[in-house]
Ligand binder design. Structure first.
Ligand code: NZQ
Ligand code: ZN
Length: 388
């Protein structure tokens, strides 16, 4: 394991059918003014909104709302939420939705009592919060981001063509999250598979780093095998509770800080995908799918042993008669077949990216140094071109 580390995750999880029943117990821990935050309407269509409002009213809460949080939430929407939360003296932010709603609620929680503009403070200057933080609870309706049990809050600034994530500390993570796999079953297939690939890539981003013998890598291999298995079942039958519950639980463990312990971690697929997202506003998981194979094929020679292990342990490819390079390539080929099989978008051009955006996407790609190869700008452009 690399270095010294602390492991602590403060988010309490309630998992399974009927886990919404625990909301009333949690509500006792917070003040009367609840800010209900949700997206573009799926929670109203599914009936979840009405159930939550009833629980809040039965427990004597005053409800204010931020509705219409869009996928890839924007800084303008964040500023609007700050105003509503201040006017209503919100004491608990209850996020009901996918990663966008959860991320947004965390960004809001550190901005309500802060005088600075949140974009400049948290996304340009990357400061830590130094004001009172409003607690966040989360009721998750889409599996993918892991936002339900981490400190991440990704915000998009369309004017500046930037999509940036700030990973806040323990005090910003949701106090509790309610995970009922049934709520994910109304997701359109496109979003379901985008979420599945987001999970897969979160694990890859942490797995493809380091050369040590590391417990996190063994956990990651198990998570990936389980995810691939469940994804195939869920694509055939989205109503399969067992598969959907395994996907939901894997999403949480893929990015709740556990498998990053003792690892340097890569995260370049996310940097490339997020910058492409700032230009196209495309679905997060699809942007990752589009850049992944060009990126991994490019860096593979620098981490060939790990890619060979990935082929063997995750995709079940025999090492017999194969060099590490051959094995590594076959592992990536197997991942490509699986990605096509579940219906992912494999090209940035299909997500609205055009050739004239490439320079700008490269400029917005933050270069991180924890993976097998530190990219320069020319290499970023080469990978982006191969993703078109
Ligand atoms: O807005 P509504 O109407 O609710 O519709 C949403 C949205 O259109 C819909 N949806 C969600 N649950 C549904 C549903 N539709 C029907 N039935 C349901 N049960 O799905 C669409 C996408 O939702 P969204 O929340 O945007 O998806 P996701 O969970 O993938 O979140 C994406 C955001 O999270 C960020 C991404 O960058 C992006 O901004 N990420 C956050 C991370 C973190 N906190 O650690 C890490 C990730 O890598 C990611 O960057
Ligand atoms: Zn992601």
């Amino acid at each position: 394991m690399l270095g010294n580390f602390c492991y602590h995750n403060p988010t309490k999880l309630y998992f399974g059918e009927d886990s919404l029943g625990f909301l009333k117990d949690e509500l006792k821990n917070y003040g009367s003014n609840v800010l209900l935050v949700y997206g573009g309407g799926s929670v109203k269509k599914s009936g979840l909104y009405d159930k939550i409002v009833k629980i809040l009213k039965d427990n004597g809460k005053n409800i204010a709302e931020v509705a219409g949080v869009m996928p890839n939430p924007t800084v303008e929407k964040l500023r609007e939420g700050v105003k509503i939360a201040r006017e209503n003296k919100s004491e608990l932010i209850l996020a009901v939705g996918g990663g966008s709603v959860c991320d947004y609620s965390k960004a809001l929680s550190v901005s309500v009592h802060c005088d600075d503009d949140p974009w400049d403070k948290y996304y340009i200057r990357f400061e830590d919060p130094d004001c009172e933080i409003v607690p966040v609870g989360c009721i998750l309706t889409m599996a993918g981001t892991g936002s339900e049990m981490n400190g991440g809050a990704v915000i998009t600034n369309h004017e500046q063509h930037l999509k940036i994530g700030h990973v806040f500390g323990d005090d910003v993570m949701p106090k509790f999250s309610i995970l009922d796999p049934r709520y994910t079953m109304t997701l359109p297939k496109y979003q379901m598979v985008a979420g599945i690939y987001d999970i897969m890539n979160h694990i890859c981003e942490q797995y493809f780093s380091g050369e040590d013998d590391n417990t996190s890598d063994y956990i990651s291999e198990g998570l990936m095998r389980g995810l691939i298995h469940a994804s195939r079942i869920a694509v055939k039958d989205p109503q399969d509770y067992e598969a959907r519950s395994n996907i939901m639980w894997t999403a949480t463990w893929a990015l709740n800080t556990l498998v990053s312990r003792g690892k340097s971690t890569d995260w370049m697929v996310h940097m490339l995908g997020q910058s492409a997202g700032a230009y196209t506003d495309a679905t997060h998981g699809m942007t990752l799918a589009a850049v992944s194979l060009p990126y991994y094929r490019y860096i593979m020679p620098y981490g060939v042993k790990k890619f060979a292990r990935f082929a063997k342990e995750v995709w079940g490819i025999s090492a017999e008669g194969r060099t590490d390079e051959q094995l590594a390539q076959e592992g990536l080929n197997a991942m490509e077949s699986w990605m096509k099989e579940i219906g992912l978008v494999m090209k940035l051009s299909e997500l609205g990216a055009t050739d004239d955006m490439i320079e700008g996407i490269a400029d917005g790609t933050i270069i991180l140094t924890g993976g097998y190869k530190v990219l320069d700008r020319d290499e970023v452009i080469k990978i982006l071109k191969a993703s078109m």
